[in-house]
Design a protein around this ligand. Sequence first.
Ligand SMILES: [Zn+2]
Length: 281
Amino acid sequence: MVTVTLFKKDNCQGDSFIVAEDITDLKNTPVKHNASSMSLTSDSDKILLFQKTNYNGDAMFRNGIKQVTKMSSPSKGGKTGFGNTVSSARCTPFTINLFVNIIANDDGSFEGLRSSDEELETGGFDNFDSFIADIVESANNVWHNFLIHLEVSEIVLRKSSKLHDLKNELYPLLWKDWQKKGNANVYLVRGIHKASGICPPVGFGKGAVVSCETPTDIAREGDILAHELGHYFGISKHEEDSQNLMTKHSDPSAGILTDKQVEEAHKTLTKHIGRTSLRNE
Ligand SMILES: [Zn+2]
């Protein structure tokens, strides 16, 4: 139950509107496009406010119990540029479709996850679907907190021993041909030279590469996926805080993101990658 209230005046005064569901245009509400303050009264409250209608433009994310006494003032819980500009509000996750590419050996094998094509005919195993479902669920445990839902749209098996154990200079080959428009492209390889994941510096437009060196450790693999997608969604910098999802680490993080990081991701997603709505969650 979302209990976020928008107010027309500062300090939670004046006409108000309770955001009980996603709203693409606040024009016909008592606060119109002039919300000046906001209160969140439940621990589980989370909200994204956008400068433009239909969840476009710059985004402001807030969660947990708090009051924003002046929307346009960072020192009062707000954000610069949000004075009389709040035009749409979102309280349920956006769905991001994942186009998942499995980069197996030439014979179709993937250590610990899939037998070779030949062995499959004589009773080998293929655990990829359940592995992918598990790590995506793990990554969703993080991203749901920030109003993003990851959904696998397609899984494709690629056979290339050359890219299965990835050397840094070769990773552009992954997304050269293997991309799907409107999706976040994900590549699962066996190992990456000197890294557990790769995402290009700009963060968007190429793909998130996840190394599956420890396929039995779902928490770690899910954390790598969530982290690389964070880069993909435009969060370019690493954080010092070891609890932050975007820290450089070898143990799973606590999956924390700052408001600023969440806003960066949603701003990127307004411009790139298809977003679909998922209202009943
Ligand atoms: Zn990183």
